[in-house]
Design a protein around this ligand. Sequence first.
Ligand code: CA
Length: 243
Amino acid sequence: MSEPIAPRGLVLAVEDEPELLEMLVFNLEKAGYEVVTATTGQQALQQARSHTPNLILLDVMLPGLSGTEVAGRLRSNPATSAIPIVMLTAKAEEADELVGLTAGADDYITKPYSMKVLTARMEAVLRRGQQTNPAANETAPLRFGLVEIDTELHEARAGGELLKLTLTEFKLLESLAKAKGKVLSRATLMAEALGPGVMVTQRTIDVHITAVRRKLGKRGSIVQTVRGVGYRLVLSLDPSKSG
Ligand code: CA
């Protein structure tokens, strides 16, 4: 059985022109992203709140609430303020580019854009986000790629979906998310998930990891085995290397 390809992250694509949105979704999914969509500013705000995507692609010219207004509202809400935003602007909207940036966009791209350029910019913004996240306040959920851990509520989500984990599985995923891509040995994972002094075989950890992967479903391959060392959580998998 081949391992499913882990998504690169969850993207909210906001675009009111159906053909453009369709093309965007098609290409983003092909590039390995999971995509949720919105066609109006109001819908964008709702989608951002209910899915907390890793990145938002936001068209400037939207009916009703404009993209720049949406960006401003997302930034002023603590629940969505940390989500990176890439604005999509038409050439005629050059003035809006600056407005978009002051409203809190992380980057912008001018239409018509090539998907290669767009995904490269997205990757850059996502990387920057990973570096600045530790500065976020302590009560904010812990995030790494698709995984979001709320230690206070004791909830773990992947791509916005609540995971039904046992306590041990939750602690394992939490440890891996905290390590932010660093490899953790089985001994370290045992100590963190089961507490010091609990003697189990290393095989026990493998069994728990297998359970975590199963519960992650199609996203299971974000938990990567590093042969001879242990496990790590990956932000994205190179589709060419998975199989
Ligand atoms: Ca538009």
